[in-house]
Write a protein that binds this ligand. Structure first.
Ligand SMILES: C[S@@+](CC[C@H](N)C(=O)[O-])C[C@H]1O[C@@H](n2cnc3c(N)ncnc32)[C@H](O)[C@@H]1O
Length: 350
């Protein structure tokens, strides 16, 4: 039995399923709706026009169909949907018809993602959105991303990056992970560095412009800058956090872009409260350049402080003390701040 579901401005036909799994004939994952929302918002905020968009792992095609329906008029020159699954290609074709999208901008292929990318002339936006690790196609995606292009990477193999399996992390991501409250931020930074190292081989600097962790996946949007010097500058920002790393110790966000995304989000009524709350926190934390954050509950326990202060009150105190502070999307009990630990402890004890 099939049903028509709506996401953003798009409608797609999916098989009714009791449980979402990658064994499904064609994979539609509603949990990833926010992932797609953010892609739409970001592409509407960046200054690029007439983009050639490549979707090597297009799945149902929902992301590309949303781009066709929700991106501003002058944004798309062409959009190439590809998937290795014949059923996915069938579903892309029928969903394009269902949504009455503009046919002349669209190409559909049924190839292996690496062949699709390497046989192409390149794209201004490539979305690497696999089940699990993006490793198997990072090389071809990075080779085919254009100068000033945007590369989006999702990774759902969070157990490796967050230190459940340190050996897997060393093998796949060439770094030592962390297994504590900071593991998600550290995992994200390890993944960023891995992509950047591949970029550096081709003299491409991959600069993160919007990165996050949500619902058990990592997501990064990189701007690609072509040049030896820029690639070297990226590598200079690799370092360690305690014993974890090497990792990207630079900025996770372009704060102007984050502001634009948040403004656009509030203007458009299709987005839900969960996404608004999530992006508000990212907007605030994008203004603070620190690697890592403080976990207030952990500090209270470690320093045997009797009472956990209310988050809002603590934020006010830190701000009054002249420091930057915000919540962090990585943890409900975390605060990102440039305050030194000793001073923070005084405020926590107050
Ligand atoms: C997570 S889904 C993609 C979801 C889609 N991007 C979206 O936003 O809804 C991963 C897709 O990759 C496809 N796939 C897996 N391995 C592939 C390969 N080597 N080449 C091309 N497609 C592949 C699968 O058939 C599946 O449709």
């Amino acid at each position: 039995m099939y049903e028509i579901i709506k996401e953003g401005n798009a409608r797609i036909k999916v098989r009714k399923a009791k449980k979402i799994s990658k064994e499904m004939e064609v994979f539609y994952n509603p949990v990833m709706a926010h992932n797609r929302d953010i892609s739409v918002l970001l592409l509407n905020c960046i200054g690029k026009k007439d983009m050639q968009i490549g979707l090597p792992l297009a799945g149902t095609g929902i992301r590309g169909i949303r781009f066709l329906l929700e991106l501003r008029k002058n944004k798309i020159k062409s959009i190439s949907f590809n998937d290795i699954s014949k059923d996915a290609v069938k579903s892309i074709k029928s969903d394009l018809l269902l949504n009455k999208t503009i046919k002349d901008k669209v190409r559909i292929t049924n190839e292996d993602a690496n062949l699709f990318l390497l046989n192409s002339k390149g794209f201004d936006y490539i979305d690497v959105d696999p089940f699990g690790s993006p490793n198997f196609m990072l090389d071809s995606a990075i080779r085919r991303i254009s100068r000033e292009g945007i590369l989006a990477v999702t990774a759902t193999d969070t157990a490796a990056l967050t230190g459940t399996y340190p050996k897997v992390c060393r093998r796949k991501y060439w770094a030592e992970p962390l297994r504590n409250e900071l593991m998600h931020e550290i995992g994200l930074r390890i993944l960023i560095r891995k992509c950047q190292l591949i970029g550096a081989q081709y003299e491409k600097a991959l600069i993160p412009i919007f990165s996050y962790f949500k619902n058990h996946y990592f997501r990064i949007f990189f701007k690609c800058v072509k040049g030896k010097k820029d690639a070297d500058k990226v590598i200079e920002q690799h370092g360690f956090f305690e014993k974890a790393g090497p990792l990207w110790a630079g900025k996770l966000w372009d704060k102007k872009l984050v502001d634009c995304i948040y403004k656009l989000l509030l203007k458009n009524k299709i987005y839900d409260q969960e996404l608004i709350k999530f992006l508000k926190i990212i907007k605030d934390e994008s203004k603070i350049n620190t690697v890592g954050f403080y976990d207030v509950h952990k500090l209270v326990k470690k320093h045997k402080i009797k009472k956990i202060p209310k988050k809002e009150k603590l934020i006010k105190r830190i701000k009054r003390g002249g420091f930057k502070v915000s919540e962090t999307h990585f943890s409900g009990t975390g605060l990102r701040s440039d305050i030194p630990l000793g001073k923070l402890l005084r405020f926590v004890k107050q």
